[in-house]
Design a protein around this ligand. Structure first.
Ligand SMILES: NC(=O)C1=CN([C@@H]2O[C@H](COP(=O)(O)OP(=O)(O)OC[C@H]3O[C@@H](n4cnc5c(N)ncnc54)[C@H](OP(=O)(O)O)[C@@H]3O)[C@@H](O)[C@H]2O)C=CC1
Ligand SMILES: Cc1cn([C@H]2C[C@H](O)[C@@H](COP(=O)(O)OP(=O)(O)O[C@H]3O[C@@H](C)C(=O)[C@@H](O)[C@H]3O)O2)c(=O)[nH]c1=O
Ligand SMILES: [Mg+2]
Length: 296
């Protein structure tokens, strides 16, 4: 029997990738719902829009993701990333279906020198990070059957992301300054989509507490934003795409409204052990997305 996974949002990176990857599988159907039917900024729209789709599982992928804008738009960021997630939890419990929710590496302050584990102390340094953390807490408190997947530095052929920004800047610039003192794990939304499908099926099939709770889920391997940019242009050059030289900057030399963690690498072995999901190396998946963006 076909399982219907209902995902929040319509054009987001993870939504678009779920539509693409879900379409390759016979036994699942991905249904996306977004504004105006489902508006996370309007709590009263959530129950009717989700119930109407008759989901077998809910994938909570929509969020307020503008990290800098959130600093001066705190109320909206918390409503969308926290309050609405608690309401999705209530609806999942009401319908008795599992929820797979996405969260972020920005729940950490970045002071740790090694990769963060799921039970490491959280201490977000931005409004976005605090709002996503509150979403995690409200979902857990709802009592719904759920998984929280913390991912990071997401890119894809769709929407807005760092790879697209770099390729666009290179159309008009020879030099780009990029911070080299923030370390993390670039993650392809195509890989996220494959992983979400696996994890969601596991929740439906197995009533096992070890499959529930918080999991870290990032591309394998770590880098900093400057080296990530260099890798993007190395691949782009190979396909005759745009190229630029990357100048390494310190965070102090590239001021932004929101603070970002210095180190937000996530340790992802818990996901491998419980859900048998191992994410590809970030370089391999970066090549896939750069290639698709260039051959457009
Ligand atoms: N991007 C990243 O680098 C990272 C993302 N994450 C998390 O992963 C998840 C997916 O991120 P990603 O796919 O990159 O997101 P995008 O920024 O690509 O897209 C955001 C999505 O949220 C939807 N959305 C925003 N506001 C509302 C609203 N009020 N009502 C309904 N839908 C809304 C958008 O809807 P529409 O399509 O209709 O415009 C869109 O589908 C999010 O939870 C995010 O916090 C975690 C770590 C890193
Ligand atoms: C465009 C640009 C960015 N930067 C820096 C700013 C920042 O520190 C880093 C990345 O910039 P971005 O604006 O792409 O990234 P940012 O908005 O911080 O991305 C984050 O988004 C949210 C949703 C998450 O959950 C995080 O995991 C993370 O992916 O690169 C430069 O140094 N030079 C540049 O030209
Ligand atoms: Mg999305």
């Amino acid at each position: 029997m076909t399982r219907r996974f209902v995902v929040t949002g319509t054009e987001g990176q993870v939504v678009r990738c779920l539509i693409e990857r879900g379409g390759l599988q016979d036994n699942i159907e991905i249904v996306r719902i977004g504004r105006p039917q489902l508006d996370l900024a309007a709590l009263q729209t959530l129950e009717a829009s989700i119930v109407a789709t008759k989901p077998d599982a809910i994938i909570s992928a929509a969020a307020y993701t503008a990290v800098d804008r959130a600093e001066t738009d705190e109320e909206n960021a918390f409503y969308v990333n926290a309050k609405a997630v608690g309401e999705i939890g209530r609806i999942g419990k009401l319908l008795n279906v599992p929820i797979v929710h996405l969260s972020t590496d920005y729940v950490f302050d970045g002071q740790k020198t090694a990769a963060y584990c799921e039970d490491d102390l959280v201490n977000p340094v931005s409004v976005y990070g605090r709002s996503k953390l509150e979403g995690e807490r409200l979902l857990a408190a709802s009592g719904a059957d759920h998984v929280i997947l913390r991912t990071a530095w997401v890119y894809s052929p769709f929407g807005r992301n760092f790879i697209k920004t770099m390729l666009q800047l290179a159309e008009t610039r020879e030099q780009i300054g990029v911070v080299a003192d923030q370390t993390g794990n670039p993650t392809s939304a195509l890989d996220i989509a494959d992983a979400i499908i696996k994890v969601t099926n596991n929740l439906i099939e197995f009533n096992d507490a070890n499959l529930r709770g918080i999991f870290h889920m990032c591309g394998t391997g770590e880098t900093n934003w400057a080296d990530f940019a260099r890798q993007i242009f190395e691949i782009s050059a190979g396909y005759g795409g745009p190229v630029a030289n990357i100048n390494s900057l310190t965070t102090a030399e590239y001021p932004t409204k929101a603070a970002r963690p210095k180190n937000s690498c996530l340790e992802c072995s818990k996901l491998g052990l419980a859900h048998k999901v191992v994410m590809p190396p970030w370089q391999t998946s970066t090549a896939v997305t750069v290639k698709r963006l260039i051959s457009h």
